[in-house]
Write a protein that binds this ligand. Structure first.
Ligand SMILES: CC(C)(COP(=O)(O)OP(=O)(O)OC[C@H]1O[C@@H](n2cnc3c(N)ncnc32)[C@H](O)[C@@H]1OP(=O)(O)O)[C@@H](O)C(=O)NCCC(=O)NCCS
Length: 247
């Protein structure tokens, strides 16, 4: 069957967005890949000792978990309004979908402030992939979409998520008591500012490629339509900026 992806990209530019770093790629998943993601979630996203999400979508039958994943991804795909968008990107390793890394924002064209959230299939955790995927999401936000700050939250009893934020150099951003499945739990906030991002150490500056960026910047109201340049989106951002501002 012929792929409809090129036609889809022309209608919904977020389908053309790709973030690449060696073996990893972040991009929206096609429906067959969403089903693979759903099966992965049904196989397990966390151990019984951890409850990382405020809505317990990982509990229930395999069928319920799979349905929840696909439905949620479909809803997020459609969130492309300039004042309320979501990039529920699949995390692919060597072409296989192994989790999801979302970047979302409300009123981003005014605030330049967004959020990230993620999960990986249990068997893909603990190998540094979550840290790399978050770094790719931050690269997309700061280098690709001109973010001023990016926020992340994690329950205090979720060591892996808290460790990812700490390792990438976020500042702590307070905490609050919230409800989780009928019990109170402390949620910790983290904030990566533009200043912290620009001052990050060399080991957090790998060469990450952004592709298909220009139409997304226009869609999200970051550029006016006449400012976008489709050729530029294929180059690493540093080179692209040189091209625009140099000479
Ligand atoms: C959170 C998540 C995306 C992180 O991805 P990951 O690939 O497992 O994480 P990494 O391998 O990059 O490890 C990140 C850090 O967590 C630490 N870590 C992982 N599991 C841990 C555990 N059970 N206890 C303590 N530290 C842990 C690692 O040691 C590493 O810290 P370091 O860099 O200081 O050594 C992934 O674990 C996951 O999907 N968890 C379930 C869903 C979830 O919690 N989502 C986030 C909701 S806020």
């Amino acid at each position: 069957m012929q792929s409809i992806r090129p036609d889809l990209e022309a209608v919904i530019p977020t389908f053309g967005l790709r973030v690449r770093w060696d073996d990893l790629e972040l991009r929206l998943a096609d429906d067959p890949e969403l089903l693979a993601l759903a099966a992965l979630a049904a196989d397990g996203v966390h151990g019984p000792d951890i409850s990382p999400f405020s809505r317990p979508w990982t509990q229930g039958t395999r069928e319920e978990v799979r349905r929840s994943v696909v439905a949620r991804q479909w809803i997020r795909r459609g969130r492309i309004a300039v004042d309320d968008w979501s990039l529920a990107l699949g995390v692919f390793r060597d072409g296989e979908i192994i989790g999801t890394q979302a970047v979302s924002a409300k009123d981003f064209q005014v605030t330049r402030s967004g959020h990230t959230g993620s999960w990986l299939g249990l068997r893909h955790q603990g190998q540094g992939i979550g840290t790399r995927a978050r770094l790719m999401a931050l690269h997309l936000a700061f280098e690709g979409l001109d973010a001023a700050e990016m926020l992340s939250e994690a329950f205090e009893d979720n060591p892996a998520s808290n460790a990812v934020s700490r390792r990438l150099g976020y500042a702590t951003n307070g905490s609050r008591v919230t409800a989780r499945e009928g019990n109170s739990v402390v949620e910790k906030g983290y904030r990566m500012t533009r200043e912290l991002w620009d001052a990050r150490p060399d080991n957090l500056r790998p060469e990450i490629m952004l592709e298909g960026l220009s139409p997304v910047r226009t869609l999200f109201g970051i550029d006016r339509p006449d400012q976008s340049g489709s050729d530029a989106a294929l180059l690493p951002v540093t080179e692209r900026e040189d091209e625009h501002h140099g000479a």
